[in-house]
Design a binder for this molecule. Structure first.
Ligand code: C5P
Length: 215
């Protein structure tokens, strides 16, 4: 049995007390992965941005809002886990300045200055010991395999799941799982639960049993 951290859902970056940047991630892929991991007898901690779906009640859920909060919670929980799956869609940018009062309309264009947020999966990739593993997701509109391999290497992942934009806020997904050397080891199309079940079976086989055997 392994203890698995799953990041899930979107994050929000506030511009002022009422407005924020975010994306349409629903958390459904994270929930399906959690369900699949629990079915295999693993323990699951989900660090999740704001979502309206329900996560499996047997999983521990750590709610966060911003990418910085997701990073902090993920670092803390990863230290107590065997591996992590980055299924979240954290905001990649945040406003350079957050207004303390609601930004008033002036009739003029408004220019926002955005700065990059930290990368949660890349941080876990740097943090991991040789007994831990990290699986990332790569959502690409073109050159899917190539771009996924670049992210796999850059974020120091042990495997990466390549999917397309139709995955966002959908019940279905169509993914390719790439191993550490960029070889496609599985191609799965179906509901997110069917996809998650295959991904977890592969992760179980290729990463969890392998790291358990070097203990
Ligand atoms: O670079 P990109 O956002 O496409 O990478 C996707 C992978 O990186 C996903 O696993 C996602 O959860 C993770 N990610 C992250 N922190 C960010 C951006 C992406 O963990 N700030």
């Amino acid at each position: 049995m392994a203890k698995i951290l799953i990041t899930s859902g979107p994050t929000r970056q506030y511009l002022d007390p009422v407005r924020y940047l975010s994306n349409a991630s629903s958390g459904r892929m994270g929930a399906a992965l959690a369900e699949a991991a629990l079915r295999l007898g693993h323990e699951v901690v989900i660090v999740s941005g704001p979502v309206s779906i329900q996560y499996p009640s047997a999983a521990k859920v750590v709610p966060v809002i911003t990418t910085d909060e997701m990073l902090l919670a993920s670092r803390t929980w990863f230290a107590r886990c065997d591996g992590a799956i980055g299924a979240a869609a954290p905001c990649d940018y945040m406003p350079r300045f957050v207004e303390t009062q609601k930004i008033a309309k002036t009739g003029e264009p408004l220019t926002l200055q955005l700065v990059e947020t930290p990368d949660v999966v890349a941080t876990l990739g740097q943090m991991k010991t040789d007994r831990q593993w990290v699986v990332g997701f790569a959502l690409e509109t073109e050159d899917r395999r190539f771009r996924a391999i670049v992210k796999l290497e850059k974020k120091l992942c042990d495997m990466i799941v390549s999917n397309g934009p139709t995955a966002i806020d959908s019940d279905e997904n169509d993914v390719e799982l790439l191993d550490a050397s960029g070889v496609a080891v599985a191609h799965v199309k179906g509901t997110k639960q069917q996809v998650a079940d295959v991904l977890l079976a592969e992760i179980d086989d290729r990463l969890i049993r392998k790291t358990a055997s070097i203990r």
